[in-house]
Design a protein around this ligand. Structure first.
Ligand code: HEC
Length: 96
């Protein structure tokens, strides 16, 4: 799992250097697991796009991962990086 996180983090860095105004979902490497635009092709990683998950409350779930109310080692670490950007991520996914 650490290796996956490293890959995601490197992907985020690589994207950050080329994209001037990357959206936070891509900039933080979320798309590395959850797919482009939050449309995942891998069952392990849930789709997050509004079109695929109309009832998913992104802000609520990210905060639950941040506080530990929801436990998943990967997402607890990833959600910690989204503090202050939860709504921006939700807004981006709402358009997908
Ligand atoms: C290394 C892979 C990986 C990365 C990178 C990742 N996630 Fe996740 N994410 C997961 C997995 C696995 C789950 C399912 C966790 C579970 O079963 O509780 C998940 C679940 C979620 C959920 C809850 C979905 C649901 O159906 O309730 C949200 C929201 C989410 N991720 C947002 C993000 C955001 C935003 C980022 C970027 C900051 C991100 N994830 C980065 C693997 C990843």
């Amino acid at each position: 799992m650490n290796k996956v996180l490293l890959v995601a983090a490197s992907a985020a860095l690589a994207m950050g250097s080329v994209a001037v105004q990357a959206n936070p979902f891509d900039a933080l490497g979320c798309s590395g697991c959850h797919g482009t635009g939050g449309k995942s092709a891998i069952p392990t990683y849930p789709s997050l796009a509004k079109s695929a998950r109309p009832d998913l409350d992104i802000v609520k779930e990210l905060k639950a991962f941040q506080t530990g109310a929801r436990v998943d080692a990967t997402m607890n670490a990833m959600a910690a990086m989204t503090v202050g950007q939860e709504q921006a991520i939700a807004d981006y996914l709402a358009g997908q």
